[in-house]
Every structure is written in structure tokens, then in C-alpha cells.
Design a protein around this ligand. Structure first.
Ligand code: IVH
Length: 708
């Protein structure tokens, strides 16, 4: 979907988009890390992350507390115990071109203020497509193994990891007292293929790719299942360590190898950009012949003292970079364009393709996104098309290879293929939606599905197949019916394949969700633009459903009042209406689009009915009490001026931000602290006039030391 270029966005449009991106990226993180079931390609995911980063660069004041740039992966959910990481498990920044790699090296040089003749050595190794795992050894014995989770808290997979032959229970030689090896658990391509063959025979889950198979195999409650799966491991770094065996990345990695842990066979060290890029090309060439999936090459600054100084930005170290491979492509024929109807009525065109193998995976469907995309590509049924599969699932159509052939153009339907209602495109929107609302059976089923989904009410045992058949047989029509299923126990028992235990398990699962946290409840309602993040913001702001509805009542009244008063100029009118509404909704991160979607939802009587009906059926959304964590200097505004002797300006800024402070370029009444080095001039003078506290670089270093 083409987006406006970031430079052209107004601040408020950027804020709205950053909010959307936060929700969207969080959603995909959860699918990828939490459920091992991504629904977009890695390339599409990377594009979202980049857009987010670009907007944050242009609008630094709009960086959200829940920004994806500050998070890694997704908080683990599910049955495994949670374990906090002694040191966070970080993610990596990505580069897609040689220029970006050169920029990275340039940034490292500038940050460290290196002289021109000073060499920057980097290690390089393949980026393997597995899932990261931290192995904690105490006195050489493996005591804990944890997945990455959200980077701060992972899942305890110790018993599972103990079944992986390549991971020693006891390290050889003399490892430090405490040493956490970090690396990747993965599955070879051959093992993945035979696992899937076995699964298919046994009627078990088929995995989309080796990464998902590795994740699904490791994150098991029963280690016996993991033991039966052919998992492998290779180390690419470390976490907490009571001592380090070397002062370089390569040195520590070789020591880890000497303790009996596998490393990549292709780990090397280079001193110039040219050899680094040549290494990348070499790995890219042999990619298809490797026995496992890789998606790029990772570079790391070799000197550990430099790594320490470079530190990290939000979620990724400044001293490392993932240089990704381009996506894989293939040609095939577009056999049909099907239109799918989503929960909100959105019509999504899906390309049905003649099956084709792309990078070892057979592709039969690809997304076409929306009507504009079909027009842009100019694709018609029968055309030969170029498709791309980047990493995972849902491939994309990139190009029509037979535009010159005469064929009838594709006409996007103007009626919903499911319910026949009119399908319309609202002004300023890219999507075409079915206007059938609750009369559209597909929308109703999709809403029910969303309501019980993992991040909404999370009702186990009520999958789409059951929802569809209960809906067809009029046992379920609206969400509240789920909570009345107990009254229909006899009916359920009369159904084919529903034995007493399965019915009772389902009813118990439903009962356990009668008191959902407010944010999950709000998210489950499926209000347009209210994703999990927004639902959380609203729950945090209002605490209870009653308070939230009180505010909505007021805002609706205000909206109605404002509407007729304004109006000569529609645009102005809309903007003012939005502003008034946003002021009443008064929730951090919520802009006009979301605010109005919320009001639109509650303005619609049958939505209010759905909510009231849920309450009547005994659902009690739980009030939310949130704790905020403060760090000692968080929230303060600092200004650095003059020259700094022990640090570069970037480094100082990074330190301040890591301590939760905001760094500003100019002194004003809002400044809390000025750090002045030699040569400070007008800023120092102004700070003194305003009575702002002033310290020197040594004073700053003391604050940093005390906080770490
Ligand atoms: S270094 C602090 N090296 O890629 C740096 N990561 O996209 C942490 N990965 O979370 C990672 N191969 O799970 C590193 N050779 C490699 C890697 C690698 C795969 C994974 C790792 C990381 C993710 C980031």
C-alpha cells in the first residue's frame, strides 16, 4: 500500500500513523514471536519498522512510550514459566544495501570519534533463521535456558533445551563462574521436511518453515516432544558474564567454541568494508546450498571496549548490524482473484496462483492488498506475474509480466461477495468495505472469531470451525451468546463429535474468561482502529468501563452539539470537530481518527446492545490499575553544551536517553540541567540567568556511574 512520503506529513498525521504502526507492528510481533504464525512477510514487516523509524527520525517528539523501536519481539504468553533476563536480549538493526552498511561503519566511526587512520575491525557471520535462546551456565553447568520473549522477560525452556544434543550440560575447560551463551535454536531444512512429512502422516500440525518448526518444537510444555524434534544450536553472543575470556568479539566467540558450544562455521573478522561486502556476497552465493535457512549476514564491532561505548539505541545495539538478503522471487500465472471479507467488512483481493516453488516453499496464493494495488500492477486473470516471498508466508505480486496481452481488466466488485450489500470506498480510504455490518454473515463470524482470539478474550477450544458451525446452527449469533452456551449444554452434547468432556472443557474455558481485563475486553469488541495498544491506552486512562462510557457519552453529546454549529467549510468543520472530540477523549496517543472511531462505535445502537448484552450475560471487565516505573533522572530535560572530553556528543545523548532523560538543543525555562564543558558560551549564560542547575562533564559521568 503506497504511503505518503514521511517528509510531507503534518505532525498530527505523523502521530496518528506512528500510533497505527505501533499497534500493527505489535500485532505482527505477537504473531511471529508468540504464536509462531506470522501473517506478513519479513520484508513487509521490515518496511513497517523502517517507516516507523523514519517517522521517528523526522518527528523525534512523537516517539511513543510503546514504540516498536523500543521493544523486542513480543511478551511471552502461554503455558511456559516466565524468566527475567539478567541482561536484555536485543534485536538488530537491518540494512538492505551496501550503502547502508557503509553508513553503519561511518556512524560507528563518528560516534567513537575515530581518527581517519584508525581501523574498525568487524566480525561477520550468517544470520540464521531460528529463535534466539539464552543459556545460563553457572560453574560450567547449564542451569537455565530461556527464549527471548520481549527482550526483558523470556520463557523458561530449560528442560526442553536439555534434550538438544548439541548443547552441552557441562562446559569443557575453565569457563567463568557465570556465563550466559546466547545463540539461535534452529532446524535444518532436511529435518524440517521430514518432520512435516511425519506430522502430515500423524495428522499433526504442519509448520510453515524451519523457523516456525524450531520455535514450535522448543516452546513445548512437554520436553519429550522437544526431544523428538531434531533441534540444533549455534552461539552468536553472550549475556551476563562474571568474567570475559577475551577483549574482542572474535576472541570471546572462540572461547565459547572451546567450551564445547557450536558456532557458525563461517564466522570471520574483517578490517575493511570491501572484504565485509565480499563476504556477504560469498554467503549469499552459497545460501541455497547451506543445510539451513539464513536471511542475511550479521556484522559486529570486534573491540569490546568500543561495543561498550557504542551501547544501544532502544532495542538494538549500535555496534551490530544485520545485512539482509533480498527476497526470493519466481514467475507464475495468476489464475483467479478472490475477494475475502474481513471482520470490519474490508474486501481483500487474494491472487490464486499456479503453484510455484519459491526458495523451497510452494506458493499458491499471494496478497494483492487492495483495488489500487491491482490497478497499479495492472494485473488480470491469466497474466504471468512475478511474485516475491520474503522469508515467510503471504507472498506478494510484484509485477505483471504480460501487460501487452489483451485481456479484460479486473473489476473490483461493488457488492460484498458474501452478503450482497453494497461495497463502498470512503473518502480518503484505500479500502473498499462491505456496508452490510451485522447483516453480513462473514463479518459476524469474523467478529466472533476476533472476540475469542488469543489476544482478545482468548477462549481456548473455540476455534473458527466451531464458531462457523455454531453460527450456522444459530447457537451463536453475538458475543454474549458465548457466555450463554452453558444454558445450551444439552444442545452441544447432541452435536456430532462433542462428548461430555469436550463440552465441559469448552464451558470451563468460557467461564474462566468471564472477568477479562478491561483492555482485552475493549480490544475484543473489534472497534475500528482500536488495536491492542490503543485498548491498553484507553484502559490505562479510564480504568473502568463505566468511566470510559461516561466520557464517550459526553463526547458524543459534544460532537452532536458542535456539528450543526460549524459547517460552512466542511474541512475546517471536520478538523474542529475532531479537535473537540480528541480533547474529551483526552488519552495519550489517541488522535482524531481513533477518537471518532470509538464514538462511531458507541453511537451505533446495536454495538451498545452487544456491550450491554455481554454485561447482562455476566461478563465483568476488570478495572485496570497501572503502575508506572520511574528511573532517577527520567522525565528531566537536559542540555549539553561546550566540548566534552571523554565522550562524543552522540554518546552523551545516548547515555542521557538511556537514563530516561530528554536531551534538548537549547536552554529554556523547561531545562532541568545543563552539562557544560569547556568553551560553553551563551547557553551557559542563559542557564545561569534562569537559575538552572549546571554541572560539568565529571559531574555527568558521576550521575551515569551511579545509575548503572
Ligand atoms: S546478534 C545484540 N548474530 O537475529 C545482538 N543475532 O534480528 C543480538 N540472529 O535476536 C543478536 N543470527 O535471534 C546475532 N549471527 C547472529 C544471528 C542473530 C540470527 C537473530 C537473533 C536476533 C535476531 C535479530
Amino acid at each position: 500500500m503506497p504511503n505518503a512520503s514521511p517528509e510531507k506529513l503534518s505532525e498530527s498525521a505523523a502521530a496518528v500513523e506512528l500510533q497505527r504502526l505501533a499497534g500493527e507492528i505489535a500485532h505482527h510481533n505477537r504473531l511471529y514471536h508468540g504464536e509462531d504464525a506470522p501473517e506478513i512477510s519479513d520484508a513487509d514487516y521490515d518496511a513497517l519498522v523502517r517507516r516507523n523509524a523514519e517517522l521517528e527520525r523526522l518527528f523525534p517528539d512523537l516517539v511513543r512510550a510503546d514504540s516498536p523501536s523500543r521493544q523486542v519481539g513480543a511478551a511471552p504468553e502461554g503455558p511456559l514459566a516466565k524468566v527475567p533476563h539478567a541482561l536484555p536480549m536485543l534485536s538488530l538493526d537491518n540494512a538492505f544495501s551496501d550503502e547502508e552498511v557503509a553508513d553503519f561503519v561511518g556512524r560507528v566511526r563518528r560516534f567513537l570519534r575515530l581518527g581517519e587512520d584508525e581501523e574498525v575491525a568487524l566480525t561477520a557471520e550468517p544470520k540464521i533463521d531460528g529463535l534466539s535462546c539464552s543459556l545460563r551456565y553457572e560453574n560450567g553447568r547449564l542451569v537455565l535456558a530461556a527464549t527471548r520473549g520481549d527482550g526483558s522477560v523470556g520463557e523458561d525452556v530449560t528442560p526442553n533445551v536439555r534434550t538438544i544434543a548439541e548443547i552441552p550440560q557441562q562446559l569443557k575447560g575453565d569457563a567463568p563462574d557465570i556465563f550466559e551463551v546466547r545463540g539461535e535454536v534452529y532446524m535444518s531444512k532436511a529435518d524440517f521436511a521430514s518432520l512435516n512429512a511425519r506430522q502430515a502422516e500423524a495428522g499433526g500440525k504442519i509448520f510453515a518453515n524451519p523457523r516456525n518448526a524450531a520455535a514450535g518444537s522448543l516452546r513445548q510444555k512437554d520436553p519429550a516432544i522437544t526431544a523428538a524434534r531434531p533441534l540444533r544450536f549455534y552461539a552468536h553472543g553472550w549475556g551476563e558474564a562474571s568474567a570475559l575470556p577475551a577483549d574482542s568479539q572474535i576472541g570471546v566467540m572462540r572461547a565459547i567454541e572451546s567450551w564445547g558450544i557450536p558456532l557458525s562455521e563461517d564466522l570471520e573478522r574483517f578490517c575493511d568494508l570491501g572484504s565485509l561486502l565480499a563476504f556477504y556476497r560469498g554467503i549469499e552465493r552459497k545460501r541455497a546450498d547451506l543445510g539451513f535457512d539464513i536471511d542475511g549476514v550479521v556484522y559486529k564491532v570486534d573491540r569490546l571496549d568500543w561495543q561498550r561505548r557504542l551501547g544501544q539505541v532502544a532495542r538494538a545495539p549500535r555496534w551490530a548490524l544485520a545485512h539482509k538478503f533480498p527476497a526470493e522471487r519466481a514467475e507464475t500465472v495468476l489464475e483467479a482473484i478472490d475477494i475475502q471479507v474481513g471482520r470490519t467488512g474490508k474486501l481483500t483481493p487474494v491472487a490464486r496462483l499456479t503453484p510455484v516453488s519459491v526458495g523451497g516453499v510452494t506458493v499458491t496464493n499471494a496478497t494483492l492488498h487492495n483495488a489500487d494495488e491491482i490497478a497499479r500492477l495492472g494485473v488480470r486473470v491469466g497474466d504471468r506475474v512475478l511474485i516475491q516471498r520474503a522469508g515467510d508466508v503471504i507472498p506478494q505480486v510484484l509485477e505483471n509480466l504480460t501487460p501487452e496481452v489483451e485481456r479484460p481488466a479486473f473489476h473490483f466488485p461493488d457488492h460484498c461477495p458474501q452478503c450482497g450489500s453494497e461495497a463502498v470506498r470512503e473518502e480518503g480510504e484505500v479500502d473498499i468495505r462491505c456496508t452490510g455490518g451485522l447483516i453480513c454473515p462473514t463479518q459476524r463470524v469474523e467478529r466472533l472469531r476476533h472476540f475469542v482470539s488469543r489476544h482478545a478474550l482468548d477462549i481456548e477450544g473455540l476455534g473458527i470451525v466451531h464458531i462457523e458451525s455454531f453460527f450456522r446452527d444459530e447457537i451463536l449469533a453475538s458475543p454474549a451468546d458465548i457466555f450463554r452456551l452453558r444454558d445450551n449444554r444439552e444442545k452441544l452434547l447432541g452435536r456430532e463429535r462433542w462428548a461430555e468432556t469436550s463440552v465441559d472443557n469448552l464451558l470451563a474455558a468460557i467461564d474462566s474468561r468471564r472477568r477479562p481485563p478491561l483492555d482485552r475486553f475493549l480490544y475484543a469488541l473489534g472497534i475500528r482502529h482500536v488495536g491492542e495498544v490503543t485498548a491498553r491506552d484507553l484502559a490505562r486512562r479510564y480504568g473502568s468501563l463505566a468511566r470510559l462510557r461516561g466520557m464517550i457519552g459526553q463526547a458524543l453529546a459534544a460532537r452532536e452539539e458542535i456539528q450543526p454549529v460549524l459547517g460552512e467549510d466542511e474541512r475546517k468543520h471536520l478538523v474542529r470537530r475532531d479537535k473537540a472530540v480528541v480533547a474529551i477523549v483526552d488519552t495519550p496517543n489517541i488522535g482524531p481518527e481513533v477518537a471518532n472511531a470509538l464514538l462511531d462505535f458507541f453511537e451505533e445502537p446495536h454495538n451498545v446492545e452487544v456491550v450491554d448484552d455481554l454485561l447482562a450475560a455476566g461478563v465483568e471487565p476488570q478495572d485496570v490499575v497501572w503502575q508506572t516505573r520511574e528511573s532517577p533522572v527520567s522525565g528531566k530535560t537536559l542540555v549539553f553544551t561546550g566540548s566534552l572530553e571523554t565522550l562524543s556528543r552522540d554518546e552523551a545523548k545516548a547515555q542521557a536517553e538511556a537514563l530516561g532523560a530528554k536531551v534538548s538543543g537549547s536552554v529554556s525555562a523547561k531545562t532541568d540541567l545543563l552539562i557544560a564543558g569547556p568553551g560553553a558560551g551563551s547557553k551557559l549564560k542563559k542557564a545561569q540567568e534562569l537559575g538552572i542547575e549546571v554541572i560539568d562533564e565529571a559531574g555527568w559521568n558521576a550521575i551515569v556511574a551511579a545509575a548503572s
